[in-house]
Design a protein. Structure first.
Length: 125
């Protein structure tokens, strides 16, 4: 499983890669959701930049747009070559995982995911 985190959004972390952040700092990173808007908020004394938008494409990949850092399970960062838009495989058939290579269309992958509200999280005991 890969981790996706925002880069350099807390005061004092500068341009450190996400795996160099402490657990508390990673947990404080939050992206506010507002359709097609740039969102700013204060978190832990720092400022969030523009939000990262994730779109779940019907019968296709997850499309991520914004300032991205994609890490493997060990925290090593994928080289995205300056891209600000990437697509991640949902079908499991890509030869270039975790990235989409279009196999979903050739394999007939079917999955519609309309937006919905999640129930509130259960309290931790």
């Amino acid at each position: 499983m890969a981790c996706i985190e925002r880069r350099g959004v807390l005061d004092g972390v500068g341009s450190q890669p996400p795996h160099a952040l402490g657990r508390t700092q990673r947990m404080r990173l939050r992206t506010l959701r507002a359709p097609n808007e740039r969102v700013r908020d204060r978190v832990a004394g720092g400022s969030l930049g523009t939000m990262t938008k994730i779109t779940v494409n019907d019968n296709g990949p997850l499309r991520l747009e914004g300032d991205l850092s994609l890490c493997d399970m060990t925290g090593k960062e994928f080289g995205l070559g300056g891209r600000t838009v990437i697509s991640l495989c949902r079908c499991g058939h890509s030869a270039n995982k975790p990235f989409c290579d279009g196999q979903h269309a050739r394999q007939g992958f079917q999955s519609a995911c309309p937006a919905r509200d999640l129930p509130p999280p259960k309290p931790k005991v």
